[in-house]
Every structure is written in structure tokens, then in C-alpha cells.
Design a protein around this ligand. Sequence first.
Ligand code: NAP
Length: 216
Amino acid sequence: MIAVIGGTGDLGRGLVARWVLAGEEVVIGSRQREKAERVASELSGQLGKPVRGTTNLEAAREAEVIVLSVPFEGLRQIMDEVKPALTPQKLLLSVIVPLKVEGGAVSFECPPAESAAEEVAKLVPRGVRVLSAFHTVGARQLQRVEKPLDCDVVVCGDDAEAKREAMQLIERIAKVRAIDGGPLRNSRLTEPVAALLVELTRRHRVPGVGVKFFGL
Ligand SMILES: NC(=O)c1ccc[n+]([C@@H]2O[C@H](COP(=O)([O-])OP(=O)(O)OC[C@H]3O[C@@H](n4cnc5c(N)ncnc54)[C@H](OP(=O)(O)O)[C@@H]3O)[C@@H](O)[C@H]2O)c1
């Protein structure tokens, strides 16, 4: 079972939709149960498949894989909320990017640990396996489920087995290739790519852009 914390948001909805269509069991987490239930019901209608929604904590309790899909500013609050559910061996996948949009300009706001994923790692109980991914694909592209994604997703993390599990799960999404991006600290390299995608999407007025690497 996968829990998408912040699954009511742009990127989260796209991830939920793609995994549900791939046959995975997914639960949406929200700070408000009613909001999660509403979005789950909308997605369920759109996809013709069952989707559930509940609180962030309950979603995290139920799942073995927990995706953190919230703005960086909300990270501490969300970690406090889900911490009781973070038992050893759970897999915590951060898609978070510390972005700042000011006067129409997008920038990567480097946090003290140098990446959001490393900030997450500082906040989790011992034994929880932290990874990062999905910095190379835009939310709008994920949400356009009628189109195969046809993109690469770079996965960073320090636990080799956790990374293998996450890469398998990511490749359940049709036409997505998961690439081992090395240790968690390499999230410092992948997270700013999302800022570039946001800027290119805005500048070229397209419904989202994504990355496909040559030579790998
Ligand atoms: N959009 C993209 O193309 C893209 C690409 C790569 C990575 N990312 C990163 O992925 C993450 C999610 O992006 P998004 O565009 O889906 O974000 P979003 O729509 O702004 O927010 C996602 C969800 O997070 C919860 N949330 C909002 N503000 C919060 C706060 N202050 N504290 C705690 N929870 C809060 C909300 O859920 P509830 O109200 O239901 O709790 C919201 O629906 C971000 O860190 C973003 O930088 C985005």
C-alpha cells in the first residue's frame, strides 16, 4: 500500500492517479479527512477505479511506502503529524523541492541540510528508509493520465534495498524508467531540476515538461 501525503495537491494527485492505473493500492493523505475523501472521490470518478482518502496519520499508518508530497514550508508540521506512523523499515519517499516564486521568477531555496530529502532524513526515527524521486517530471504531466509519461525518474537514497523497491514501484507507471541517482545527498543535484522544469513550463506556456536522459 502506498500513502501519498499531500495527495490532494498537484503532484500528489498525479502520482495517485498513475499508481492507481498501474493497479497499486493507494491512499490519499490530507490534513483534513474530508478534503482527502473529496479528492479521492473525484479521482475515483475520473479513473473508474477505487481511491480512498483519510488523514495524513492514518494514511501513513496503513502504508509501507509513504510519499511526502507537500510544500517544503509544511515539512516540519507534516513530520510531526505522521511521526507516530514511522516505524522501522517503512519507506519514506520525498518529492519535496524547496521552491520560491517571487515576482514570477522561480528559484531553488537551498535549505540548511542542502536538500529537502536530507532535511527529511534529519527528522525521521531510526530505521525509516528515506529516498527522494520525481524531480524530473512536472505535476501537470503526471495528471494527464491519457498520455504515457515517457520520462526518467532519478531515485536517490542510502539504502540499496529500499532504492530497489522504490525503483520497481516507480516503473509500475507505464513508460517511466527509474534511474539510480546514488546516495541521498545527490538530492542536492536532482531537486533544483524541478525548479528548472517549473520555469520552462511557465516560459514556454506548455502543459508541463519532463526529462529523458540520453546515454544511460
Ligand atoms: N508541481 C510540480 O510540478 C513539482 C515537481 C516536482 C516536485 N514538486 C514538489 O512536490 C511537492 C508537492 O508539490 P505540489 O505542487 O503538489 O504542492 P501543493 O499542491 O502546493 O501542495 C500539496 C499538498 O500539501 C498540503 N499542504 C499545502 N501547504 C501545506 C503546509 N503549509 N503544511 C502542510 N501541508 C501543506 C496540501 O494538502 P492538504 O491541505 O490536503 O493537507 C496540498 O494539497 C512540493 O514540495 C513541490 O515543490 C512539485
